[in-house]
Design a protein around this ligand. Structure first.
Ligand SMILES: CC(=O)SCCNC(=O)CCNC(=O)[C@H](O)C(C)(C)COP(=O)(O)OP(=O)(O)OC[C@H]1O[C@@H](n2cnc3c(N)ncnc32)[C@H](O)[C@@H]1OP(=O)(O)O
Ligand SMILES: [Zn+2]
Length: 168
C-alpha cells in the first residue's frame, strides 16, 4: 500500500512516490543493472535518511521498483544561481530498460526537483553525466538543464562528464 501523500504522479500503472527503506534492495538492483556507477548499501541508506523527501522511486504493479532518483543537498557557490547557495545534487537516476521512453525519468526528476526546492529550499540543481550519454543529456536538456562545463576524466574509466545545472 502506498500512502497517498507520498505519491507524486502516476504514469499508467506505474506510481512515482517517495522511497522507503524497504525499497533499497530493489533500488540497488536497478542501479546495478543500469549504471556502472555503483555504491555500497550504506550510501543509499544515508541519502534516504538525510534527504529522503527528494528520493523517489517508480513502482510498477506487485511492488516492483523500476526506477529511482537519489539526491542530496549541498552548500556552495552556485553554478547558475548567484553567490553561496543551497544546491540540489542529482546523485543517481535510472529506469529499467523495459520501462524507458514512457516519461518515468522525467516524472522522477520533476518530483525530486519540486522537493529539493520546496522541502529543502534549494535554489538550483546540478548533476554530472557522461559526455557519451545522449539519452540522459537529452532528458536533462528537455528539463531545462544546461551544460556548464566539462569535468575531465570524471569517471573511473577515464570518460569526461558534463556538469549540467538549472535554477529551481
Ligand atoms: C546523474 C545521473 O545519474 S546521469 C545517468 C543517468 N542514468 C542512466 O544513464 C542510466 C541508463 N539510462 C536510463 O536509465 C534511462 O535511459 C534514462 C534515465 C536516461 C531515461 O529514462 P526514461 O524514463 O526512458 O526517460 P523519459 O521517458 O522521461 O524520456 C524523456 C526524454 O528524454 C529523451 N530521451 C530519453 N531516452 C532517450 C534515448 N534513448 N534517445 C534519445 N533521447 C532520449 C527524450 O527526449 C525523451 O522524450 P521523448 O520520449 O518524448 O522523446
Ligand atoms: Zn554528482
Amino acid at each position: 500500500m502506498v500512502a497517498a501523500s507520498d505519491v507524486y504522479a502516476r504514469i499508467g500503472d506505474v506510481v512515482i512516490r517517495r522511497a522507503r527503506e524497504s525499497d533499497l534492495p530493489q533500488v540497488i538492483q536497478v542501479n546495478r543493472k543500469c549504471l556502472p556507477e555503483n555504491y555500497p548499501e550504506w550510501f543509499f541508506e544515508d541519502h534516504l535518511r538525510n534527504w529522503g523527501k527528494a528520493f523517489y522511486v517508480a513502482e510498477a504493479p506487485r511492488g516492483k521498483i523500476v526506477g529511482y532518483v537519489m539526491t542530496r543537498v549541498e552548500y556552495g557557490v552556485g553554478f547558475v544561481a548567484r553567490g553561496f547557495v543551497k544546491r540540489g545534487h542529482i546523485i543517481s537516476l535510472a529506469v529499467l530498460p523495459e520501462y524507458r521512453r514512457r516519461g518515468i525519468a522525467t516524472k522522477l526528476m520533476e518530483a525530486a526537483m519540486d522537493s529539493l526546492k520546496r522541502e529543502y529550499g534549494a535554489q538550483e540543481v546540478y548533476l554530472e553525466v557522461r559526455v557519451s550519454n545522449t539519452p540522459a543529456i537529452k532528458l536533462y536538456e528537455k528539463l531545462g538543464f544546461r551544460k556548464i562545463h566539462v569535468i575531465p576524466r570524471y569517471y573511473f574509466d577515464g570518460e569526461d562528464a558534463y556538469l549540467m545545472a538549472r535554477l529551481l
